[in-house]
Ligand binder design. Structure first.
Ligand code: IPE
Ligand code: IPE
Ligand code: MG
Length: 253
């Protein structure tokens, strides 16, 4: 049966987060340079963005470059930054047309200026869009984000803008890069690694995790539909009992 047809449109995640992994291995398997894999990965990005928009997903966060990825060979980092600039330049019009709004999380100032400029332009070009929110995690890591949040909270306490007793989940969340977005209900990681790699550690507290051996350049909309179907077969309990969830009765014992 067609996977898309069997999806329950009333039980889709609002927010999907993806660790796009395996570009290098995909290329190596084909006797190509790692950078070739990154280029092919862009085609998957386009397909998954369009498929998510068509499904009515509200937020899609793509882990494109981690804080730790700066430690890769300079030639690969340079190629990735160049690919980023060219892709944003090429795709911005398309995003605008498709009602996709672009956001960026991560240490924006650490990106090359040309990247910052292209991203700023694409963000403002799409700022009025009301469809899919596409969030690119660039020079992002969860520990960096959490430490930044703590620093900013400390500053606001020292300036008496907030009081330590006010600190709770909600206030802490408002200091994260993702303050404006709901937590992802589904996290997908491609290419067979079963780890988080410093991605949205706070926000993924109750996310359903889905791992596939498919490398990112081979991950296309059919693979996304399969992940969504798998997500829909799970029971999300949030610490409660299965009976409570099934009867929708918070006091069920
Ligand atoms: C993901 O693919 C892309 C980035 C991290 C930028 P990789 O480049 O990590 O590919 P593998 O995991 O080495 O195969
Ligand atoms: C995670 O992939 C980061 C991105 C997909 C951008 P990595 O390939 O960098 O992760 P590790 O090093 O295998 O954990
Ligand atoms: Mg990798």
């Amino acid at each position: 049966m067609d996977v898309l047809q069997s999806l329950d449109r009333n039980n889709l995640p609002r927010h999907i987060a993806i660790v796009m992994d395996g570009n290098g291995r995909w290329a190596k398997e084909r006797g190509q340079d790692r950078v070739y894999g990154h280029h092919e990965g862009v085609i998957s990005v386009r397909d998954i963005v369009n498929a998510s928009a068509e499904l009515g997903i509200e937020y899609l966060t793509l882990y494109a470059f981690s804080t730790e990825n700066w430690k890769r060979p300079k030639t690969e980092v340079d190629a990735l930054m160049e690919l980023l600039v060219n892709t944003i330049r090429k795709e911005a019009e398309e995003l605008k047309k498709n009602n996709v709004r672009l956001h960026v999380i991560g240490d924006f100032k650490s990106l090359p200026e040309i990247c910052q400029r292209e991203l700023d332009e694409a963000k403002s070009m799409t700022a009025m869009n009301t469809g899919l929110n596409l969030v690119l995690a660039l020079s992002y890591s969860s520990r960096w984000e959490i430490v930044e949040a703590v620093k900013n909270i400390a500053v606001d306490i020292s300036e008496r803008k907030i009081n330590p007793v006010q600190i709770d989940d909600k206030l802490f969340n408002s200091y994260l890069n993702t303050a404006a977005f709901p937590d992802p209900e589904l996290m997908i990681r491609t290419s067979g690694e079963h780890r988080i790699s410093n991605f949205l550690m706070y926000q993924l507290a109750y996310a359903e995790l889905y791992f596939t051996n498919v490398h990112w350049p081979a991950f296309r909309r059919q693979n996304l539909y399969e992940a969504l179907l798998n997500y829909q077969q799970r029971e999300r309990r949030f610490g409660k009992t299965s009976e409570q969830i099934q009867t929708n009765d918070p006091h069920h014992v």
